[in-house]
Write a protein that binds this ligand. Structure first.
Ligand SMILES: Nc1ncnc2c1ncn2[C@@H]1O[C@H](COP(=O)(O)OP(=O)(O)OP(=O)(O)O)[C@@H](O)[C@H]1O
Ligand SMILES: [Mg+2]
Length: 326
């Protein structure tokens, strides 16, 4: 099995993970009952926060927090939301110099109405679907050890070229991964099988894995997906943790870590960052799952996707004290 440059990486590859993806903030409205009342009624809520949103940006922040060198390619609008996102991502140590500002559309954004135990989300895609394959600079690819893409179903311009992009990356010794996230079209296809043929690590959640494959159980779905090309398929199962399927039929299960959960936004993206940080360090699948669930669970302790993302030392310590790591 060709693991590409999973462990060593050559010296001129100074970007551990190159992320192609969406960039949008979340505006989080919190109240016991955050439902708006029409008829021009003004209601007071507890808090309104502007935070880093979007699967890819939350993933990138998590990976940087774990000590990986991260570069990002995405599109924002020429507006305060776009500047907020690029400034904040830069503040996390992410190289955003290849991100493009498009002045034809506003930066995509979500408003999350977060109540007691449930939430509603309103999203304007804005610039998110504008990311194109041509936006990815060849010089950045030459420097990358690993290529990751988040929310593939939202990246309408990039998606048709992604199988080819991943194939070329693998030929150049770069490993590849993606998190599909939910398919708003409901079709659950979008050329995914062609992309999976050139994917090293696939990171769906259980509902997504089942919908893509049409299988009944999460385990069957993971193995069906692993047979399509990836070296490993890591399936996230919320409070039940995660499991991994491998092409030889191996299934590995990992429970979540018990924490005081405040907000699960972006838990899957923090899991992805943890799993890949361990994977890129050449660790066995079981350890990758343990670091992944630890990062996912710990990330739920604060509001928003990035505020409680752990360092590698903290993620490993939590996994060890829960008996998930030896
Ligand atoms: N309620 C919870 N309690 C403890 N850990 C959790 C909880 N929810 C999620 N996690 C942790 O985060 C990981 C990933 O979460 P989840 O399964 O929700 O991913 P996801 O569906 O891809 O999330 P999203 O796309 O919303 O970021 C889980 O494997 C688990 O370790
Ligand atoms: Mg997800």
């Amino acid at each position: 099995m060709n693991d590409g440059n999973r462990v060593s990486g050559s010296a001129d590859r100074d970007v551990d993970v190159l992320v192609l993806g969406e960039i949008n903030p979340d505006v989080i409205v919190r109240a016991i009952d955050p439902r708006p009342q029409f008829g021009q009624v003004e209601r007071l809520v507890d808090t309104i926060d502007l935070v880093v949103g979007s699967s890819s940006a939350i993933f990138a922040c998590g990976a940087a927090r774990l000590g990986l060198r991260v570069a990002f390619v995405g599109v924002v609008g020429d507006d305060p939301m776009g500047r907020f996102m690029l400034d904040t991502m830069r503040g996390h140590g992410i190289d955003v110099s290849a991100c493009r500002v498009d002045d034809t559309l506003p930066t995509g954004a979500s408003v999350i109405l977060a109540g007691d135990g449930d939430r509603a989300i309103l999203t304007a895609p804005g610039t998110v679907p504008l990311l194109r394959d041509e936006d990815v600079p060849a010089v950045l690819l030459d420097r990358a050890r690993h290529l990751h893409v988040g929310s593939v179903f939202l990246l309408d311009a990039l998606r048709p070229k992604l199988a080819e992009r991943f194939a070329a990356a693998r030929r150049a010794g770069i490993t590849t991964s993606f998190d599909c996230n939910w398919d708003p079209s409901g079709a659950w296809d979008g050329g995914l099988r062609a992309i999976l043929a050139h994917t090293t690590v696939f990171l769906p959640n259980a509902a997504e894995a089942v919908r893509i494959t049409g299988r009944e159980s999460t385990e069957e779905a993971a193995l069906a997906l692993a047979a399509m090309g990836p070296h490993v398929v890591a399936v996230k199962c919320g409070a039940d943790g995660a499991l991994a399927g491998e092409p030889d039929g191996t299934i590995t299960r990992m429970p979540a870590i018990a924490v005081e959960t405040v907000d699960t936004t972006g838990a899957g993206d923090s899991f992805d960052a943890g799993f890949l940080a361990a994977w890129l360090a050449g660790r066995p699948v079981r350890d990758c799952l343990a670091v992944g669930v630890s990062c996912g669970s710990l990330s739920t302790r604060r509001i928003g996707g990035t505020a409680a993302q752990p360092t590698l030392a903290d993620a490993e310590a939590a996994a060890r004290s829960s008996g998930l790591l030896g």
